[in-house]
Design a protein around this ligand. Structure first.
Ligand code: ADP
Ligand code: MG
Length: 404
């Protein structure tokens, strides 16, 4: 019997489209005969679909047509196993009913990558690849993440995280505090988004005000920190779990503007300075290769000592946050002071950072199997922990029922 792997992607996130690309890229790279991969598309309104077209990147050019041809399913728990089952029966057709052994979420962004999908899968008793609920959640909250990393002695930029109510109550006061604390330039980001959505750098009061308004359009809490003027960005991926974890090659992503934009990350920029990432294997995603299309230098142009320092910090960050599977840790170097900071972790990185592992000789197909093995290992370990104890609390329970 093959191990059936439910590849979940899409979902109610602003990074929905990027997730479709990352997931199908992984689907096409899968080669191992021991696994049956079932692509499961989650629509923006959280319906799950399976079917032949769901695994075809070109079918996403017309999503309404794709859904018409596909089967609407839901997760059902029965006899100690988790099934994907058809929501509505069709006349004269056998209902779709597929057992899942493990889920593989390849989702990006708020409402999915932040522990929400992981929590759903966990509640449904389905083991899953990657970070658990806690590390997914902290991976998405830039401010909470900094606090934990700082406590562990990992260097991060100081930041403030005002909420929209504080800002509306006393905008002048807050802007004064930001100016006093950081001066200019400052950068303002929605606290829990990704893909550079909602981020602006401000060089004066008017720009700061509009950056705040802009970021508050995407989140109720925003992160404000000093903007590094002469910035070098380095990314490094980590693969493993709390016991053993290793770091990949380091890359230097190349921004076309002052910050790495959504355009840079996914749309393939002009790439004058960098090497284009690896194309989608076996896929037909011309010109939209997800994170793999970013212009970058692999390996990054840094000294061997700096490379080792970054790789060690990446592993420490991964393990401090309790991560599992593959993550990408993004670093910033202030070229004026040579200071190195962890900027953020991506717990489900674009393209699963496969190109950083190919650069150290790990083929994508092998990496995918490693990820599934790590999920199954965690499940075996969980099975040995105690999650309930027998008590007869309910045998004598009674409550006042006045309103019923
Ligand atoms: N403190 C900073 N100083 C200068 N540039 C920054 C700073 N923080 C982020 N950036 C730029 O903005 C980009 C996006 O910010 P990031 O914190 O990584 O958010 P996201 O989660 O959207 O990727 C970074 O890749 C970098 O180019
Ligand atoms: Mg980033």
């Amino acid at each position: 019997m093959k191990i059936s792997v439910g590849l979940f992607f899409g979902g109610p996130s602003v990074e929905h489209e990027v997730s479709v690309i990352s997931a199908l890229q992984a689907y096409y790279a899968f080669e191992d005969e021991r696994y049956e991969i079932i692509p499961i598309y989650m629509t923006k309104d959280s319906r799950l679909f399976v079917g032949e077209d769901v695994g075809d990147i070109e079918a996403y050019r017309n999503i309404p047509a794709l859904l018409t041809k596909s089967i609407h399913v839901t997760l059902v728990r029965e006899d100690g196993r988790t099934y994907l089952r058809q929501v509505k029966s069709r006349a004269f057709k056998k209902d779709y009913n597929q057992v899942l052994d493990v889920a593989f979420p390849v989702v990006h962004g708020t409402n999915v990558e932040d522990g929400a999908l992981q929590g759903y899968l966990q509640t449904m008793g389905l083991p899953y690849v990657g970070c658990d609920v806690f590390s997914s959640a902290i991976g998405m909250d830039k401010f909470a993440q900094k606090a934990v990393l700082r406590e562990a002695g990992i260097s991060v930029l100081p930041a403030m995280c005002p909420n929209i109510a504080e800002y509306r109550k006393d905008p002048e006061g807050l802007l004064n505090t930001i100016e006093k604390e950081y001066g200019y330039p400052v950068i303002v980001k929605p606290n829990n988004l990704g893909s550079s959505v909602g981020i602006r750098v401000a060089r004066d009061r008017a720009a700061l005000e509009s950056a705040m308004e802009f970021a508050f359009g995407f989140a109720t809490r925003v992160l404000v920190e000093h903007a590094i003027v002469h910035l070098k960005e380095i990314n490094c991926s980590v693969l493993g779990d709390y016991e053993t974890a290793e770091a990949s090659e380091c890359e230097e992503p190349i921004a076309q503007d002052e910050i790495l934009s959504y355009q840079d990350k996914y749309m393939g920029n002009s790439g004058k300075n960098g090497v284009k990432g690896a194309p989608v294997k076996g896929g037909g995603a011309k010109g939209s290769e997800g994170m793999a299309s970013l212009s970058r230098k692999i390996p990054a142009e840094i000294s061997p000592e700096r490379r080792e320092q970054i790789r060690e910090m990446a592993v420490k960050t991964f393990q401090t946050l309790g991560c599992n599977g593959v993550a990408r840790i993004d670093f910033m170097i202030d070229k004026d002071t040579d200071a190195l900071y962890v900027n953020e972790i991506n717990t489900i990185p674009g393209s699963l950072a496969f190109y950083l592992w190919e650069a150290v000789g790990l083929p994508y197909s092998k990496m995918l199997v490693r990820l599934i093995d790590l999920a199954l290992k965690r499940e075996r370990e969980r099975a040995n922990l105690t999650f309930s104890f027998d008590s007869n609390l309910l045998a004598h329970a009674s409550l006042p029922k006045h309103n019923h």
